[in-house]
Each structure stands twice: as structure tokens, then as C-alpha cells.
Design a protein around this ligand. Structure first.
Ligand SMILES: Cc1cc2nc3c(=O)[nH]c(=O)nc-3n(C[C@H](O)[C@H](O)[C@H](O)COP(=O)(O)O)c2cc1C
Length: 215
């Protein structure tokens, strides 16, 4: 359970009044401790086999923003320049290397039996150890998408607004962030701050046009 006393604990408002904000009050600083709290809350998101295949790089200084912007498309500069912080979410394609440790910890905490532990490791670990790079990238991308979505809502619960953006230079972002391109894949940035504009109120398709029931 989170210890956070949310500024906005109205789920309906957090979710339905979320809009992409692309202009923030540049004078607002968010403490790094609060950023870590928000990331911890976002990371309660589900992930495939609980591998949590995400890695966060926080950009919250003018120097870091300048470096980061080298691999950001120009149309996303306004939110990068004005945000209190940008969280760049990278996918970790080698998260399964510590899979054994993750489930050993659950076992040691007394939450699963030895048989269940062996079953989990025996069933899922080989899938990852024998997986293609494409599978590992796809798996990490799904985990990161979910954690990113949760971060957008967590930011609102903390009284901020946010914009997810993938308008970046996918080839160069990982080296720009100083991460290992053999291990990490770029997914998206999430710019967070105090809104300084009334966001565009987008609409959605009638979901019936995108839904069918399999008979
Ligand atoms: C994966 C993803 C990538 C996006 N990339 C950008 C982007 O590069 N720049 C931007 O301004 N908005 C970006 N957006 C925000 C979308 O434009 C926005 O979510 C959509 O228009 C719906 O509007 P809303 O967020 O206000 O509901 C992105 C959103 C997602 C989920």
C-alpha cells in the first residue's frame, strides 16, 4: 500500500480529466524524492511475468534537458523545455537475467511454496532464455507502455499534468541517455509539471466501432 496522501484521490477526475498538457509552469520544481515516489507508484503496474522490464531516466535540470533534446523531435521541445521533469522510459530486454532472484525473494518472503517457485522458474524462464531479440523487445515495450500509462495517472494524483511523447530519434536516444543500446530500447518520454495551458480536449471513436465479440 502506498503511503502517499494523494493531492487528487478522485479516480474519475484523475482518469477522465486527464489530457495531454504540453505547456507547463517552468518555475515549478518537483523534488527528486517526489519523483521517486511517483515512479514507485507507477511501477506497481503489472508486467509480463512480473519482470518489470522498464528503466527510468529522469531529466530535471537545464543541462540534462539540453543533452536530452538532441534526440527529441523539435515539435516536442515546448513540453521538454517547460516541464518540471521528464521521465524517459526505456525497455530492458535483459530483465529476465534477475528473474530467478525476483521469484526467490517471493519464496523467501514465504509467499509461495518451493513447488510453486520451481514451477514458475521451470515454465517461464526458458521462454525468456530462448527468446528472440524481437520477442524481448516486444515484451519490454508492453511493460513500458503500461507503466507509462500508470505514470500519467499517478502524476495527476500528485496534482500535476503530463504528456507522453514518442516523437524522438529512436536510433540515438539510448546512447544520448548513456544507456547500453544492446540492452535497452527507447519507448517514450513523459513530461510532468504544473499545467500552464488549458489542454486540447480530444475526442474518441465510439468504442463500438472498435469492438467485436467473438462468437
Ligand atoms: C505512445 C504515445 C506517443 C505520443 N507521442 C506524442 C508526441 O510525440 N508529441 C505529443 O505532443 N504528444 C504525443 N502523444 C500524446 C497524444 O497526442 C495524445 O495522447 C492524444 O492526442 C490524445 O490526447 P489526450 O492525451 O489529451 O487524451 C503521444 C501519446 C502516446 C500514448
Amino acid at each position: 500500500m502506498s503511503e502517499t496522501k494523494f493531492v487528487n484521490n478522485d479516480f474519475s477526475d484523475v482518469m477522465f480529466n486527464r489530457h495531454s498538457v504540453r505547456a507547463f509552469d517552468p518555475t515549478v520544481k518537483i523534488d527528486r524524492a517526489e519523483i521517486e515516489t511517483m515512479l514507485g507508484e507507477a511501477a506497481k503496474a503489472p508486467s509480463a511475468c512480473n519482470l518489470q522490464s522498464w528503466h527510468f531516466v529522469v531529466i530535471d535540470t537545464p543541462e540534462a534537458k539540453e543533452k536530452f533534446k538532441k534526440s527529441v523531435m523539435k515539435f516536442n521541445y515546448p513540453q521538454v523545455d517547460s516541464a518540471s521533469a521528464i521521465v524517459f522510459i526505456a525497455g530492458d530486454t535483459q530483465s529476465h537475467l534477475v528473474y530467478r532472484d525476483v521469484w526467490q525473494a517471493v519464496y523467501k518472503a514465504g509467499n509461495i511454496t518451493k513447488e510453486r517457485l520451481d514451477q514458475i522458474l521451470g515454465t517461464f524462464l526458458p521462454l525468456y532464455e530462448n527468446a528472440t531479440p524481437e520477442f524481448l523487445k516486444f515484451d519490454a515495450t508492453m511493460d513500458c507502455s503500461i507503466v507509462g500509462s500508470q505514470l500519467l495517472l499517478v502524476a495527476r494524483a500528485h496534482g500535476y499534468d503530463a504528456n507522453a511523447f514518442s516523437g524522438i530519434d529512436f536510433e540515438h536516444m539510448i546512447p544520448t541517455l548513456g544507456l547500453d543500446p544492446k540492452r535497452y530500447v527507447p519507448i517514450m518520454g513523459v513530461a510532468i509539471g504544473k499545467a500552464a495551458q488549458e489542454p486540447l480536449h480530444t475526442t474518441r471513436y465510439d468504442v463500438k466501432t472498435q469492438t467485436e465479440f467473438l462468437n
